[in-house]
Design a protein around this ligand. Structure first.
Ligand SMILES: [Zn+2]
Length: 135
């Protein structure tokens, strides 16, 4: 039995070698698919139920696609982008009373400015583009 488990573990490792594996985005789509599946269970038969089942399968498929993908670099970049967006949202939420966040119209960098200063000209730290905003 132990030998069997050991061999299974080895096979699993060989299977996942060179694959992306379970990352944050895969986790998110799996959690979302479970939520959609639970809602699906409560829906009466009809077009809405069909839509929810399609979303559930779509999200599940996307999670498996990520876990099994061999384009690890590309998947890692996507995951980083997702984590960056999460962090940005957290920061914005924490500083919502003291700061405002604007995106540079040219290079799309997020810029943080203090709140309550009236109309100001913001200069992008990355590309020096100037634009006016009310804070
Ligand atoms: Zn810029």
């Amino acid at each position: 039995m132990r030998k069997f488990l050991f061999r299974m573990a080895q096979k699993m490792r060989a299977f996942f070698y060179g694959r992306n594996g379970f990352d944050d985005l895969a986790k998110l789509s799996l959690i979302l698919s479970i939520i959609f599946f639970l809602i699906y269970g409560f829906l009466p038969f009809g077009i809405l139920k069909l839509i929810f089942s399609l979303i559930t399968y779509g999200l599940m498929g996307y999670a498996y696609f990520r876990i099994l993908s061999k384009k690890v670099y590309k998947r890692t970049q996507e995951n980083k982008k997702y984590l960056g967006a999460i962090n940005m949202t957290k920061t914005r939420w924490k500083q919502r009373k003291t700061h405002k966040f604007y995106r540079c119209p040219k290079c799309k960098t997020w810029l943080r400015v203090p709140k309550g200063r009236g109309k100001i000209t913001i200069t992008c730290v990355k590309c020096s583009t100037k634009f006016d905003k009310r804070t």
